[in-house]
Design a protein around this ligand. Structure first.
Ligand code: SF4
Length: 234
């Protein structure tokens, strides 16, 4: 199916937002970055994955989730029939937060509150243009920003949330694959199993919502979304 005018308009608008973000100097992370890491994927998708912030590899290559955690994410997505070209992947903070180490290449750190707040307009713009039916929040900082309240991943992962500032999307928090990589043996196997199950649940919810009328508060479903996730296993 050729792209609709609506899909083309979304793609063009996102390209404009990306171009503006690449020059952003709204917080102190601008001074230490190689480049801004904007979201990538399919702007016509019903499903967006939102992580925390770029790491060293992402800063170098300019794409989210391309390091070890990204490779694990790709494996787990593929196990439930999701290709990266089906979805949009982004972060709540677009530049790498890191600290210098003596003699080293620097160590990733969590983004600070002022950095998350400064970067918020970019994720808001992405989500406003894509209008996903499902938002998967990878890790607690992402879930806290999207849901507008504190989130405990071990308690809230795999659950659905519909009351939040990014309505009418259905939001699910999941573990961060970097957290999985810090586990070993049976603990890793069990958390990885839960992670895949959560991603598959998110995929099934996206399929289900695409076949339901859009909520009245939502804009009309872009025709391009209807051609995605149409078949179980994508
Ligand atoms: S982290 Fe976000 S707000 Fe800060 S400079 Fe980068 S793009 Fe701008």
């Amino acid at each position: 199916m050729p792209p609709s005018d609506d899909a083309e308009a979304t793609r063009a608008a996102l390209a404009d937002v990306r171009a503006a973000a690449l020059g952003c100097v709204a917080c102190k992370l601008a001074g230490d970055r190689t480049q801004v890491v904007f979201g990538t994927g399919n702007p016509g998708t019903p499903m967006v994955l939102v992580g925390q912030s770029p790491g060293e590899q992402e800063d170098r290559l300019g794409e989210p989730f391309v390091g070890r955690a990204g490779q694990l994410l790709n494996e787990c997505l593929q196990e439930c029939g999701i290709k990266r070209k089906h979805i949009w992947i982004t972060n709540i903070v677009k530049c790498r937060p890191w600290e210098r180490t003596t003699g080293g290449r620097g160590r990733n750190r969590d983004p600070e509150e002022d950095e998350i707040a400064a970067c918020r307009p970019w994720i808001e713009a992405e989500l406003a243009l894509i209008r996903p039916r499902v938002i998967v929040c990878i890790g607690a900082p992402s879930a806290t920003l999207i849901l507008g309240r504190e989130v405990a991943i071990s308690r809230d992962r795999g659950g659905w949330f519909t009351e939040h500032p990014f309505r009418p999307a259905h939001v699910m928090p999941v573990f961060h694959p970097a957290y999985l990589l810090r586990q070993h043996g049976p603990a890793f196997d069990e958390l990885r199993r839960q992670f895949v199950a959560d991603l598959d649940s998110a995929r099934r919810m996206a399929v289900k919502l695409l076949h339901e009328p859009a909520p009245s508060a939502a804009p009309p479903t872009p025709p391009a979304q209807m051609s995605l996730f149409d078949e179980e296993g994508g």
